[in-house]
Design a protein around this ligand. Structure first.
Ligand SMILES: C[S@@+](CC[C@H](N)C(=O)[O-])C[C@H]1O[C@@H](n2cnc3c(N)ncnc32)[C@H](O)[C@@H]1O
Length: 236
């Protein structure tokens, strides 16, 4: 397996990279099949600019790379082959503008202000701009436990509670309670959610209602009966 991310810190130039160290091994594993591919990439949060060469060196030469930050000084950190846009990740109008101008994206990384409303607003407006099979990564979700960032243990408004709620949305095909827990549109869009220490990764996978498979002697049967008997006909 590639060690691109783990080896990168020793190869940095004068731009500071600011990430938690254990993300590097996770990214080597999580993103291995994306290395060298020409993708459309978006990261929120530039700071000193060290992550521009990180992502540019990882992805293919024809990739489109967009970086956002609220700090106007970050515009000077743009590199050839990258774009920097200045704005607030909690501003829906800004997100809609950059999403329309630069999307759709294959990979989105939120390493911005890490406050709850910022992470949630960005997800709400950028998730629709993520391509099928794309990944949406939110870094530093430990701020969900910090009151100064709008978090707290089991704080309903925290991003981690929002992400746990996405688990329910993803499974909303299967409920027997059409009133209390109706089908949510994200059931058709979320393929998986990974929780790592301080990272949440939401994978987009456009789906039809799930099918139960039987196979014996090469004969394949497919059925959605387990959904139908639970009164979920409305989803078909
Ligand atoms: C942790 S640093 C980014 C580090 C960088 N991604 C790296 O890997 O080296 C966070 C950045 O988010 C920016 N930021 C804070 N609040 C923001 C907001 N509301 N919208 C956009 N960017 C924001 C800050 O200006 C800062 O540059």
């Amino acid at each position: 397996m590639t060690r691109y991310f783990r080896d990168f810190p020793a190869r940095t130039g004068n731009r500071m990279l600011f990430k938690m160290e254990h993300y590097l091994e996770i990214y080597d594993e999580l993103l291995a099949d994306r290395q060298g591919r020409d993708l459309s990439f978006l990261e929120i949060g530039i700071y000193k600019g060290g992550s521009l060469p990180l992502w540019q060196g990882f992805l293919g030469p024809q990739s489109r790379l967009l970086f956002l930050d609220i700090d106007p000084a970050c515009k000077a950190l743009e590199l050839p082959g990258t774009q920097v846009e200045i704005g607030d990740q909690a501003d829906p109008a800004f997100l809609e503008r950059v999403g329309a101008a630069y999307g759709p994206f294959d990979l989105i990384v939120d390493d911005g202000g890490h406050k709850m409303h910022q992470q949630i607003t960005s997800f709400r407006h950028l998730w629709p701009r993520l391509r099928d099979r794309g990944m949406y990564i939110v870094e530093d979700v430990h701020t969900s436990y910090w009151p100064g960032f709008g978090g707290g243990f089991r704080e309903p408004a925290s991003f981690i509670e929002f992400a746990k709620d996405l688990i329910d949305r993803m499974h909303s095909w299967y409920t027997e309670d059409d009133v209390g827990f109706p089908l949510h549109p994200l059931a058709r869009e979320i393929g998986g959610i990974r929780f790592y220490d301080s990272l949440v990764v939401i994978e987009k996978r456009l789906k039809e209602p799930p099918v139960a498979l039987t196979a014996q002697n090469g004969q394949i049967g497919r059925s959605r009966r387990m959904l139908e008997v639970r009164g979920r006909r409305s989803i078909f």
